[in-house]
Ligand binder design. Structure first.
Ligand code: HEC
Length: 175
């Protein structure tokens, strides 16, 4: 018993230096080969699918299924329908996930054009006369804030309904 107590005491006394070792050394150098400071994503030169994974997939999921539980609509097979109604083209740039992202205008244009591929996320929802977004277009649309997002989105969904488009955005909203 006494031995156990002494052992316990010794452990307690040894603990502070052990803890101190866990504090980072302010003079520590980068690991060899890892010296360059991290680049901002807009300068990193990642491909468009990688930008999507890093900036969007956390909410929209890798394949654009979204998540009703997190209020994130489904883009897969649906998002192209926004281009069929007035104001939809601008809406897609102004949603906060896009306009407030750390990506630059050219990257956002590439990302939208990538989403709108017939063999991509939007699939058959893309209108046949789709005109790719350009960097200049994204720059000018992005500057204007989207006020009252829920109402704007609901109006666009209503306009789609009036055109007979099936609302498959995963949200079960009865607009
Ligand atoms: C923090 C979660 C989150 C992130 C990150 C995010 N989004 Fe979104 N996105 C949403 C939600 C929620 C909506 C529905 C509209 C709203 O409430 O903003 C949405 C709407 C959209 C829409 C319009 C489609 C619709 O049905 O309303 C597009 C297009 C879109 N996001 C693209 C992107 C892209 C591309 C990125 C990455 C650059 C991105 N989002 C990042 C949550 C996110």
């Amino acid at each position: 018993m006494r031995l156990l107590l002494i052992a316990g005491l010794l452990c307690t006394m040894a603990a502070p230096p052990a803890l101190a070792r866990a504090i980072p050394d302010p003079n520590q150098k980068h690991a060899p080969g890892n010296e360059a400071p991290q680049k901002a994503i807009a300068q990193a030169g990642y491909s468009t699918p990688v930008n999507y994974q890093l900036q969007c997939a956390g909410c929209h999921l890798g394949d654009g299924t979204g998540s009703k539980a997190n209020d994130t609509p489904k883009m897969k097979g649906f998002v192209g329908n926004f281009l069929k109604v007035d104001g939809g083209r601008e809406f897609l740039v102004r949603v906060p996930g896009m306009s407030q992202s750390a990506l630059n205008d050219a990257q956002l244009a590439d990302l939208l054009n990538w989403l709108m591929r017939k063999d991509g996320m939007a699939g058959n929802s893309v209108p046949d006369d789709y005109k790719p977004y350009t960097e200049a277009e994204v720059a000018s649309i992005r500057k204007v804030s989207l006020l009252n997002l829920p109402e704007t989105r609901a109006g666009l969904i209503r306009a789609m309904r009036e055109q007979g488009i099936e609302i498959d955005d995963g949200m079960d909203n009865a607009y």
